[in-house]
Structures are given as structure tokens and as C-alpha cells.
Design a protein around this ligand. Structure first.
Ligand code: ARG
Length: 414
């Protein structure tokens, strides 16, 4: 039988997919579980996968690679889709596509499969990624081809003699990894309905969070977070620590109407405590270490960067270009930021950097002031020249009455 590698979460959909791909499509299925931080127990994965008919179940811990090569570069870029979504789900897909293709090559497989439906973004990200990396691999998407309800799936498995216990399923569709939790569907489909308490799992409701709040200090090295409260931590430990701490203080909830790539507006709830804290901290450090022009262009790059991640174009030259620009901007983004987490709010309360552009002697109003006040007059004279000339030549007679009141009179000497 030809071999196929399936991206396997261990849930009902992809477990049913193993049986379906075997019985209906005649594949020898290798179930590849890519752990990006929502791991079901390995024992459960193996039991379910093998019971459903997989030839093998492979579990790959990809959490560190996910943070180092996907989430942290997106953080350094400041990439938030539509200024709201830290892209946890979207960032994991190109990594999964890459690992599917690698394992397919190692196993001599002719096809790969994923469990995406036909109306989301994830199918696009998987398919585009896989086909970019290896156009010769066939792609099968059982859920897209033959959507079965939960009951049908359980029945289908039973028909094939597979009896497994399933967690009770809530009404939401959830995707989670170490960078964030994405929740959609169910009552959330009414955009006027407030998310019910059980939509959130990682974060305490802000009103129930400790009244005293907490201070946390994050250290960055060239744009990547490396310490929490002075302690050096590897990426996984660092993000887990901040997910816990932020979650306890109700930080990182997002309720957003999002534009999907396939043209649908959809109501999305996100929980991303660590990402929320880190984005705030990183941005604060950039305000110390980047010039005004760098900050401005970087915001534009960030929007494009976020969009290409969202749109599934990770493996593109455009991405390489934006990544190169971003990496260059991060050369001096090293230092520490102190933040206060309090009942859902994240507030930066301090920042310091070795290569800081903030110069106390220039900024101070004290006696040590090194700024030359006298030269301000000449600077302003030249800076304002453009508007004076324009006002005299073009605007003075045309400005509406209300705006003219405070204008210089035409006869004023120039
Ligand atoms: N809307 C987000 C995205 O497209 C999250 C999708 C989450 N998937 C899910 N099955 N809930 O990246």
C-alpha cells in the first residue's frame, strides 16, 4: 500500500481520518503528532492512532523550534494580524508543513494529509506550504472532502470495530499551542454575545485576578526574549512562565472580528498571555533603541509581515526579505523592560538598554541640561519656512474663516 503521512492531533477528526485514509483510500498511514505545546499524552496518542489503524505513530516535540524560528521572529517583527492576533495558529502551520514533508521523505511516502475543513485559513497554509516544499506529494484532506459530524465519526469508527473513549466536547472549535489559544464557533458566532466564561481556559477573568497585581522584568537580546526577572530561560520555559503569570493576572484575552483569507469575517477569541506581555515589552524596548524613522517603517513592515504569515506565504522570498530587514533592526534591541500585570492590563513601567538612544542629559529639565536652547530658534526658523512660504503664496486667502483667525497677517514681513 502507498504510504501517507498524516498531521495527527489525536482528536476525533484526525483519528477518524486514519481509519478513513486506510479503508477508503488504501493508504498505509503514518500518524505524525507535532507537539507545538498542546500535547495530549503520548500514550493516548499512540493508543488511539494504532487502534484507528495507523502503521506508526510518531511524536515530535517541536516546541523549541516553533518558538525560536517562528514565534520569536514574528515577535521581533511586531507582527500582529489586524493589530490584534499574535498568529499562534498561523505560525504553527508552516512548521507542520515542513515536518510533514520531511517525514514523508524519510518514510518514502507519496502523500500527506491534514484535518482542516474547507472554509478556514489553515487548509491554505498547509496546502501552500506543502506544495511549495514538494509539489510531487499528493495532499489529502479528509475533513474537507467528507465532513462528518461528531456522531458520524464515532459511528464510523465503531463500524470498523474501533471503540475509544473521547473527551466531552464543548461547543467551541479550539486550536492551541504554546504561543496562544484560538477559539471560535458555538455561541461566539453571534458577535454581540459576550464570550461565556468557559471560552477562556488559560486566563483568569480580570475581575477575579489578584487585586495587588505583579511586576515582571523581561530581558531581550537582539529582539529575542531571554530572561524573566533576571533568570535566563530557554524559549519554552520562558513562554510557559509568562503564560502562567499573565494568565493568573487575566492578561492576553482578545475578542476580534477577523478577516479570513477566504473572504469570511469571523468572530475569534484568543488567549495569549505570554505573547501579549512580550509584544508590549518588545515594543517598549524598541522605543528606546530605534530611531523615529526606523520605528515608523518597521510598523509598516510589521503589518505586511503579519499578513504574509496569516496568508500562508511563509515560504516566500518576500518573507525572507522582510525577515532580513527585521533582523537588521534588532541589532541593538537588547535590554530589560519592567511591566506591571494587573487585572488584565499590561503596563510598561520601566525600560533600559545598553545602546539606548535616550539621552538623559538631552532630555532633562534639570541644571545638567546639555541641549542648546539658543539653537532651537534657528532650527524652528528653518523648519517653519515651508509652511510660511506656502501660507503666503497659496493658503492665506483660501483658508476658511475659522482657521484664519490665528494665521499671520499677509503684510507680516517675510
Ligand atoms: N483564525 C485563526 C487563524 O486563522 C485561528 C484558527 C483556529 N482554528 C481552529 N480550529 N479553531 O489563524
Amino acid at each position: 500500500m502507498p504510504k501517507l503521512v498524516l498531521a495527527y492531533s489525536g482528536g476525533l477528526d484526525t483519528t477518524t481520518a486514519i481509519t478513513w485514509l486506510t479503508k477508503e483510500r488504501g493508504y498505509d498511514v503514518v500518524a505524525l503528532n507535532i507537539d507545538v505545546g498542546m500535547s495530549r499524552e503520548q500514550a493516548v496518542l499512540e493508543e488511539r492512532g494504532l487502534a484507528a489503524g495507523a502503521a506508526r505513530v510518531i511524536v515530535e516535540d517541536a516546541r523549541e523550534d516553533f518558538l525560536r524560528y517562528f514565534a520569536f521572529p514574528a515577535l521581533a517583527a511586531g507582527a500582529l494580524y489586524q493589530d490584534a492576533y499574535p498568529l499562534a495558529t498561523a505560525l504553527a502551520r508552516p512548521l507542520m508543513a515542513k515536518l510533514l514533508v520531511d517525514v514523508a521523505h524519510g518514510e518514502g511516502a507519496v502523500a500527506v494529509a491534514h484535518g482542516c475543513t474547507g472554509k478556514g485559513n489553515d487548509q491554505v497554509r498547509f496546502d501552500v506550504g506543502i506544495r511549495t516544499l514538494d509539489p510531487s506529494l499528493a495532499i489529502v484532506a479528509p475533513t474537507r472532502e467528507e465532513a462528518m459530524s461528531r456522531e458520524m465519526e464515532i459511528e464510523y469508527l465503531q463500524e470498523h470495530g474501533i471503540a475509544l473513549a473521547w473527551e466531552v466536547k464543548g461547543s467551541f472549535s479550539i486550536d492551541e499551542n504554546i504561543w496562544g489559544r484560538s477559539v471560535e464557533a458555538g455561541v461566539l458566532e453571534d458577535p454581540w454575545t459576550a464570550p461565556p466564561p468557559d471560552a477562556y481556559v488559560w486566563t483568569t477573568a480580570p475581575e477575579d485576578a489578584p487585586a495587588e497585581g505583579v511586576d515582571v522584568e523581561i530581558g531581550f537580546e537582539k529582539g529575542f526574549p531571554v530572561t524573566v526577572d533576571g533568570e535566563a530561560l530557554d524559549p519554552v520555559a520562558l513562554v510557559e512562565r509568562l503564560n502562567d503569570l499573565g494568565g493568573q493576572h487575566g492578561v492576553g484575552r482578545v475578542d476580534h472580528i477577523e478577516d479570513r483569507l477566504v473572504g469570511i469575517k469571523s468572530r475569534e477569541i484568543y488567549e495569549a498571555p505570554a505573547a501579549t506581555v512580550l509584544f508590549a515589552a518588545h515594543r517598549a524596548l524598541e522605543t528606546m533603541t530605534l530611531s523615529r524613522q526606523q520605528l515608523k517603517l518597521k510598523r509598516e513592515i510589521a503589518a505586511q509581515y503579519a499578513e504574509l504569515i496569516y496568508d500562508g506565504l511563509w515560504f516566500s522570498a518576500h518573507h525572507q526579505d522582510l525577515a532580513a530587514y527585521t533582523a537588521s533592526t534588532q541589532r541593538f534591541v537588547s535590554g530589560q523592560v519592567r511591566l506591571r500585570l494587573h487585572r488584565g492590563a499590561v503596563t510598561v513601567t520601566g525600560r533600559r538598554a545598553e545602546s539606548s538612544l535616550y539621552d538623559r542629559a538631552l532630555a532633562t529639565y534639570d541644571r545638567e541640561d546639555a541641549f542648546d536652547h539658543a539653537s532651537a530658534v534657528g532650527f524652528i526658523d528653518i523648519w517653519g519656512l515651508q509652511t510660511r512660504v506656502q501660507a503666503r503664496q497659496q493658503l492665506l486667502d483660501q483658508l476658511p474663516q475659522a482657521l484664519r483667525i490665528a494665521q499671520p497677517r499677509k503684510e507680516a514681513s517675510e
